[in-house]
Ligand binder design. Structure first.
Ligand code: GLP
Length: 244
C-alpha cells in the first residue's frame, strides 16, 4: 500500500492495530503484538497514543514483544530500545507493566542462548504473535537480522553490519562507541506472526524496498523473506515507492 506521506500511512496502520486490539477485547483474549523501534514506527505509536487519549482505546489486554535490543545495553541507557519503547508508547497508554517485553541487553554472554529460547517460549505461551510491526534497514535487515540471516533463524545474538552501526553512530556519539552486537528475534520468529506489516518512509529506502518487493527472495535482503508470508503487507510512502 502506497500512501502520499508517512502520516497518512501511519494512521492506517494504527487503525488496523486498534481494530485488532478491540476485536480481541470483544473475544476476551489477549492481543499479542510484535513491536519495532527505529524512527519509522514512531508516527504509528503517536497515533495509537492519540487514540488512547481521545477515543478511549485501551491496552489492558495487549501483550508485546519487541524485536531487538543492542548488546550489551542497560535498560536505562539513552539508546536502549527498552527506554525508546517506554518513551514512545508504553508510558503513555494503559498497558499493564509486565505485559511488555524487550530482549534483555544485560544478560551474560554465556546465557544469551538460553535467554533467546525463553523469549520465544514466552511468545508461544502468550499464544503467538497476532501482528508483527517492522521497519527495514538500509541493507534490508528486519529486526537486526542482517544480510546473510537464514529464513529459519531464531532469536539470537547478531553481529551488526558496518552500515547498520554507521547509521546508528550518531545516537552513540560516534562509531567506536556504537555496539557491535544485538539480540534479535530471528527471521523464523518474525515469519511465525499471523500478520506482518513493514513500514518504510523516504527515498533512502527506495532501493531496498524495490529489492524486497520485486527482487528474488534472498538472504542478501532479509526483508525479501516476507514474500513467502501469506499475510504480509508493505506500507510505504511515495518516496520509498519511487523505484517500484
Ligand atoms: C534499526 C532497528 C530496525 C529498524 C531499522 C530502520 O536498525 N533495529 O528494527 O527497522 O533501524 O530504522 P529507521 O526506521 O529509523 O529507518
Amino acid at each position: 500500500h502506497i500512501y502520499a506521506d508517512a502520516k497518512a500511512a501511519s494512521r492506517a496502520v494504527a487503525e488496523e492495530i486498534a481494530d485488532l486490539i478491540r476485536q480481541k477485547q470483544r473475544e476476551g483474549k489477549p492481543c499479542v503484538l510484535g513491536l519495532a523501534t527505529g524512527s519509522s514506527p514512531k508516527t504509528v505509536y503517536a497515533e495509537l497514543i492519540r487514540m488512547h487519549r481521545e477515543e478511549g482505546l485501551s491496552f489492558r489486554n495487549v501483550v508485546t514483544f519487541n524485536l531487538d535490543e543492542y548488546y550489551p545495553m542497560e535498560p536505562d541507557s539513552l539508546q536502549s530500545y527498552w527506554r525508546f519503547m517506554r518513551e514512545q508508547l508504553f508510558d503513555h497508554v494503559d498497558i499493564p507493566a509486565g505485559n511488555y517485553h524487550v530482549p534483555d541487553g544485560t544478560i551474560r554472554t554465556d546465557k544469551v542462548g538460553e535467554f533467546s529460547k525463553q523469549y520465544e517460549a514466552q511468545i508461544e505461551a502468550a499464544g503467538g504473535l497476532d501482528f508483527q510491526l517492522l521497519g527495514i534497514g538500509g541493507n534490508g535487515h528486519i529486526g537486526f537480522n542482517e544480510p546473510g540471516s537464514l529464513i529459519n533463524s531464531h532469536t539470537r545474538l547478531m553481529m551488526l553490519d558496518n552500515s547498520t552501526r554507521a547509521a546508528a553512530s550518531n545516537d552513540f556519539g560516534g562509531l567506536p562507541k556504537t555496539p557491535r552486537k544485538a539480540i534479535t528475534m530471528g527471521v523464523a520468529s518474525i515469519l511465525s506472526a499471523r500478520r506482518v506489516v513493514l513500514l518504510a518512509w523516504g527515498e533512502r529506502k527506495a532501493p531496498v524496498i524495490r529489492g524486497a518487493v520485486e527482487g528474488t527472495v534472498t538472504e542478501q535482503n532479509p526483508a525479501s523473506y516476507l514474500q513467502t508470508h501469506p499475510n504480509a503487507l508493505f506500507v510505504i510512502d511515495e518516496a520509498a515507492a519511487s523505484e517500484l
